[in-house]
Write a protein that binds this ligand. Structure first.
Ligand SMILES: Cc1ncc(COP(=O)(O)O)c(C=O)c1O
Length: 203
């Protein structure tokens, strides 16, 4: 039986240009980027070049780009990091998310609420999966510190009104980690255009 692969948004063959660009780092430039010797410095310099290239694509500063091992790690780092930092600064402990978030966000928020004393609102979504700006505005409280809403949903394909949601969050000083999810490569990603202040982007 002939199999047809229809899941390229989840993972797809690596572009041969990417394979070619990466090959030297498996065999020639293999130093530990944290080491101070010349091999380490070569690797570090390659990582810093990559950071600058990613920053250009996203419209942010290189110092704002953090590489992680996978999407789930990025979601965890963004949500936990922002929630803990805000709580330590006494800015509040209320988190907002939606029921259609990836488990890496949904379960993280659930754990922060059940084990670490955070309060959470799970925003209802419309039948097509949209989080409306009205519902989001109504859920924001003075002690809301993090609102994590996906940019594009993996399963139903809904593209959220992310610029409007990000503007509501920004006005209130709420950290808004958004995630393009699997369709990410085909969406606008410029933070300057969309106004989000945190993006978890999957390679
Ligand atoms: C928003 C989001 N977070 C996390 C993941 C999981 O990524 P990984 O398998 O790299 O941990 C996905 C996968 O589609 C995703 O869409």
């Amino acid at each position: 039986m002939r199999s047809i692969y229809l899941d390229h948004s989840a993972t797809t063959p690596v572009d041969p240009r990417v394979v070619e660009a990466m090959l030297p780092y498996f065999s020639e430039i293999y130093g530990n980027a944290s080491s101070s010797h010349v091999f380490g410095r070569q690797a570090e310099s390659a990582i810093e070049d990559a950071r600058e290239a990613v920053a250009r694509v996203l419209g942010c500063k290189p110092s704002e780009v953090i590489f992680t091992g996978c999407g789930s790690e990025s979601d965890n780092l963004a949500v936990r990091g922002a929630a803990w930092a805000a709580s330590q600064q006494g800015r509040g402990t209320h988190l907002i998310t939606s029921p259609i978030e990836h488990g890496a966000v949904g379960k993280t928020v659930e754990q922060l609420a059940s084990l670490q004393g955070f309060d959470r609102t799970i925003l209802p979504v419309e039948p097509d999966g949209t989080v409306t700006p009205e519902a989001f505005r109504a859920a924001c409280r003075p002690d809301t510190t993090v609102a994590s809403i996906m940019y594009a949903n993996n399963e139903v394909g809904t593209i959220e009104p992310i610029a409007e949601l990000a503007a509501i969050a920004r006005e209130r000083g709420i950290v808004f980690p958004t995630k393009p999810g699997k369709p990410g490569g085909r969406l606008d990603r410029k933070s300057t255009v969309l106004g989000f202040n945190c993006l978890d982007f999957l390679a």
